[in-house]
Design a protein around this ligand. Structure first.
Ligand SMILES: *Cc1c(COP(=O)(O)O)cnc(C)c1O
Length: 344
């Protein structure tokens, strides 16, 4: 691997971050806070939140088995995705490589940051080859994006291939595990010690049922995390979000229950889909959604909209011609979908 300094943009490496009032005051117990120009009234929302979210990171650390210094929290995983471009990719000079098809935000962030985005097509089983990815890379490739289980295809990527890539690539591999809670495959979090060039992304938006609070997690070496922390907005995760996340940590048993139910419902839905005349193929899924190839995705999408049911039309996505992506809902919602499709 290249050194972190070689991988980081020189201006970012040299940057002295903004130091907020809450950064400067550390530790010692105080009761009079006259340092941040806050309004003393309207507690508790009058105070700036902890810029580094230590309480939340400590609790997450126990759940995830990762030291707090190796956790970055952001305004959704989308913040972490944007920050890795800004930290590591020199606009118009560096590039990134990603599997295709995959989550659309990697490309959007590349375009916003004027960074070349190289797509490497998955095979017909939606698997990738480390060699093909490495062939697409050159000395200006700073990041490789993988997503497992992948969106919109729903499948886990082959773990030995991910490992091979981590061993052979001299830049940073960003592995998006937004849907790992639904998968039987172990998370790569346990492998952080083995790979100093690995960033694992997870989110509160899916299994945790907290898309509204906007909270994403990045896990990596303490050195990579300090680079991301240095360039984030000082108060990027608001107090209400930190509180709600803490509350969810106390109700972790509920998340486990939701995941079990959603996986059962997914398997049931997939079986029902196989019986439908308009369905040509149901792709196996390790997530809380699945991809299905139908006779006419555009028509069926429109028909479902008229029935008041919204699915995701992926017809124009590479390898996904005539495919719809179906999110698993409640038992009732899923039944409504099946009923509608039966009369199509
Ligand atoms: C939904 C999703 C996310 C979550 O993004 P947030 O900004 O955390 O809501 C991340 N990655 C993938 C692949 C997703 O599908």
């Amino acid at each position: 691997m290249k050194t972190l300094q070689e991988l980081t943009r020189p201006n970012i490496w040299a940057l002295k971050p903004y130091s907020s009032a809450r950064d400067e005051y550390q530790g010692k117990s105080a009761s009079v806070f006259l340092d941040a120009n806050e309004n003393p009234y309207n507690g508790p929302n009058n105070r700036y939140p902890d810029p580094l979210q230590w309480d939340l990171k400590k609790s997450l650390s126990r759940l995830k088995g990762v030291a707090p210094e190796r956790i970055f929290l952001g305004n959704g995983s989308d913040e972490a995705i944007d920050l890795v471009f800004r930290a590591f990719c020199e606009p118009r000079e560096d590039n990134v490589v990603a599997i295709e098809p995959t989550y659309g935000m990697y490309l959007v962030c590349a375009e916003i940051n004027e960074v070349e985005y190289r797509k490497v097509l998955l095979d017909e089983h939606f698997q990738f080859s480390a060699d093909k990815i490495l062939n697409a890379a050159d000395e200006h490739t700073k990041l490789i994006f993988l997503c497992s289980p992948n969106n919109p295809t729903g499948n886990d990527l082959n773990h030995s291939e991910i490992e091979r890539l981590l061993h052979r690539f001299d830049g940073i591999v960003v592995l998006d595990e937004a849907y790992n809670d639904f998968s039987e495959q172990p998370s790569f979090l346990k492998r952080l010690d083995d790979f100093s060039n690995l960033i694992v992304l997870q989110t509160f938006s899916k299994a945790w049922g907290c898309a509204a609070i906007r909270l994403g997690m990045a896990f990596a070496s303490a050195d990579i995390i300090s680079v991301l922390t240095k360039i984030k907005y000082p108060y990027n995760v608001n107090q209400l979000t930190q509180q709600q996340a803490m509350e969810m940590l106390h109700r972790y048993y509920e998340i486990e229950r939701w995941v079990t139910t959603l996986k059962e419902e997914r398997d049931h839905l997939e079986k029902e889909f196989l019986k439908l005349p308009c369905v040509q193929k149901v792709f196996p899924s390790n997530a809380n959604f699945f991809l299905v190839r139908v006779t006419d995705a555009v028509q069926i999408y429109k028909y479902l909209v008229e029935e008041g049911i919204i699915v995701r039309n992926r017809h124009t996505v590479a390898l996904c011609g005539n495919c719809l992506r179906i999110t698993v809902g409640t038992k009732m919602e899923n039944e409504t979908l099946i009923r509608a499709l039966k009369k199509y």
